[in-house]
Design a protein around this ligand. Structure first.
Ligand SMILES: NC(=O)c1ccc[n+]([C@@H]2O[C@H](COP(=O)([O-])OP(=O)(O)OC[C@H]3O[C@@H](n4cnc5c(N)ncnc54)[C@H](O)[C@@H]3O)[C@@H](O)[C@H]2O)c1
Length: 340
């Protein structure tokens, strides 16, 4: 099989690329390197059949061209990260809407199976449901609050994907990723775990947004990749929306405490308001925990890493980055069996 991964130079995409290549598949990556990095793919450069195409999913001709000779598509390219979304709403909406439209249209022309990467953000401002199930209702905040543009754009992507499946018979699978973490995730755009670990290793304060009582559920990137690939091998998943995550949760205050303890850091934990970071009117969700019952029923999935194991891996990776960025790449290669 030859797989095209849009956004394959990014965090999750590069791990997916390695996993597919390790099993003998040819991997093509289409990425504009806006948040992804070519070095994330350094382990694949000499892999037979590997191809990197620097380009945008917004460019219809490039998308059509890339899809002309692949067998399956994983569409991960998107504007990701709360900070980036709040700062660049036009880019967010254009990439996540038009980019997905281009990919779906080109897949339809060639009748290619496609997985769309969606997000737990689509659950919106849910107040009661816990854990979150695929059929739950959603409520979004007002359009003046920038973060909702990401959720709304991904929600429309889901509708469009399902429309292509129901009306035109395209094999579409929709995966709702919950907070996925692991090596290569950048803390630059508001991702909490890499930001905390880097701050702790550098002796800087760990900044908790709000009071820290909000909880999140973290998934090891290797588990996310395994679940993503399993869904694409499960005929019953076609036309379905499926959560990919870890069923447990931790408060952000507890996460900070564990990062400080595990790194042996002297960093302080400080609290800042959401508004001071993201501007007036910003809303945060109090919890975001997935039900993974559907994923388990469809694929037999069970997460392999708990939070302590995830923290150990991320801290080891970030330490390697601090001491010698080149050795961090080697560290990732040496841990491949746990990543796939
Ligand atoms: N990491 C998470 O916790 C998480 C959670 C929910 C959903 N997701 C989804 O998973 C996917 C991958 O996210 P990630 O965490 O790896 O983020 P990432 O930023 O590392 O990856 C996104 C990739 O898309 C590329 N990209 C952006 N715009 C593009 C364009 N116009 N054309 C081509 N490539 C473009 C970027 O350069 C980057 O390599 C995204 O669709 C995201 O919405 C991720």
């Amino acid at each position: 099989m030859r797989a095209l991964i849009t956004g394959g130079a990014g965090f999750i995409g590069s791990h997916l690329a390695e996993s597919l290549a390790a099993d003998g598949h040819e991997v093509w990556v289409l990425d504009d390197l806006s948040t992804g990095q070519r070095k994330n793919l350094c382990g694949l450069e000499h892999q037979p059949g590997f191809r990197f195409i620097e380009g945008s999913v917004l460019d219809e001709a490039t998308v059509t061209d890339c899809l002309s000779s692949v067998d399956v598509v994983y569409h991960l390219a998107a504007v990701v990260g709360v900070r980036l979304v709040v700062e660049s709403p036009v880019r967010t909406l254009e990439t996540n809407l038009k980019g997905t439209e281009n990919v779906l249209r080109a897949c339809y022309e060639r009748k290619l199976p496609v997985l769309l990467a969606s997000t737990s953000e689509v659950y919106g401002r849910h107040l009661e449901n816990r854990p979150l199930s695929e059929e739950d209702d959603r409520i979004y905040g007002p359009p003046t609050v920038g973060r909702w543009s990401y959720a709304a754009s991904k929600a429309v992507d889901e509708f469009l994907g399902l429309a292509y499946h129901r009306e035109r018979g395209l094999p579409v699978v929709i995966a709702r990723f919950f907070n996925t973490v692991g090596p290569r995730q950048t803390g630059r755009y508001g991702m909490v775990l890499p930001s905390f670990v880097r701050a702790a290793l550098q002796g800087k304060p760990l900044e908790i947004h709000g009071d820290g009582s909000q909880s999140r559920s973290f998934t090891w990137v290797g588990d996310c990749v395994r679940a993503t690939r399993s869904l694409m091998q499960t005929p019953e998943a076609v036309g379905e929306v499926v959560n990919i995550g870890h069923g447990s949760e931790v408060t952000i205050a507890e996460l900070a405490r564990r990062v400080v303890a595990k790194t042996g850091s002297s960093s302080k934990v400080v609290h800042v308001t959401h508004e001071s970071v993201y501007g007036p009117g910003f809303e945060d969700m109090q919890f975001r925990t997935p039900s993974i019952a559907k994923l388990q029923r469809l694929t037999g999935y069970a997460p392999s890493y708990d939070l302590d194991q995830i923290l150990d891996e991320v801290i080891a990776y970030e330490r390697a980055q601090e001491s010698a960025p080149a050795s961090a790449a080697a560290w990732v290669e040496s841990t491949q069996p746990t990543l796939t």
